[in-house]
Design a protein. Structure first.
Length: 276
């Protein structure tokens, strides 16, 4: 069987194995899986690092991490209260950094590796500290730029992108190529065959050359080209000529014979009537 075209066409096993994932997992994905808004359901518990996780395992992991973080926070707060009872009071929240005359810190500000600076607004100047929201936006922007640069390396199906090097076909073919319209268009076999069949033979050799050569050697059927010298037809004939209109038009033998018959009849008539 050939390759399936319609939705109800039969499909060969080899085609199905090549283009579709098998339920038993013995075939490989060759690209990203587009879920189209649907979900992957009934995923088993992961065993290897690269396995997909289900919601149950994700929630269990989140709960475990939250429990560890809460326990660590409780321990840190308890240790801080025990070891620094003399400095941990409500006044510490209102204290300022030790600033110099120019409004700058006179020494490094140590967070002790345990505490955070919270409530930071989005920065407006380059030297300002950034919050996580700004950092994430910056990272996402870089990812978008990198993805765009990567996408620009590939041809788009709508033709908006341009090739930057020769296309290596690896013995494959371009199919469903439309008929060429302008000189720079690629041609399909139908266009090529029509062009070859329209060429004349010269000394037993088929003329295959540039458009300029063809235009110089072949007269167009619509009369849009003119001969550059006398035409040698090599004992061939010009047939199916229409009746001449201009004095310079070529005429068929039938047209000339008809004109001769008319003239002979006219001369014989004048002789019979004695008129010359």
């Amino acid at each position: 069987m050939g390759e399936p075209v319609q939705s109800n066409d039969a499909v060969r096993l080899s085609s199905a194995n090549e283009f579709f994932l098998k339920r038993d997992g013995t075939s490989w994905m060759r690209g990203s899986l587009h879920a189209g808004g649907f979900k992957v359901i009934r995923v088993g518990d992961p065993r290897e690092e690269q396995d997909t996780v289900n919601l149950r395992m994700l929630q269990a992991s989140e709960a475990h991490v939250l429990q560890q973080a809460t326990a660590a926070a409780d321990t840190a707060v308890g240790d801080a209260i025990t070891n620094h009872a003399n400095t941990l009071n409500r006044d510490i929240r209102t204290k300022s950094l030790n600033l110099g005359p120019q409004g700058t810190a006179t020494k490094n500000f140590s967070m002790g590796g345990e505490y955070h600076i919270s409530g930071l607004p989005d920065p407006t100047l380059e030297h300002e500290a950034v919050n996580l929201r700004t950092l994430n936006r910056k990272v996402l922007k870089e990812i978008e730029v990198n993805n765009l640069l990567e996408a620009q390396k590939y041809l788009r199906l709508d033709g908006e992108n341009q090739m930057v090097s020769d296309l290596q076909m690896n013995d494959r073919t371009l199919v469903s190529l439309a008929d060429a319209v302008i000189p720079t268009d690629g041609v399909n076999k139908r266009t090529l065959d029509a062009a070859v069949n329209s060429l004349r033979s010269e000394n037993g050799q088929l003329i295959l050359a540039t458009n300029e050569h063809i235009n110089r050697k072949v007269m167009f059927l619509d009369g849009s080209s003119l001969p550059e010298n006398h035409q040698n037809y090599s004992d061939q004939r010009i047939t199916n000529l229409g009746a001449p209109v201009e004095n310079t038009d070529a005429a068929t033998k039938g047209f000339i014979d008809n004109q001769l018959r008319k003239r002979t009849f006219h001369i014989n008539t004048r002789r019979c009537s004695g008129t010359y």
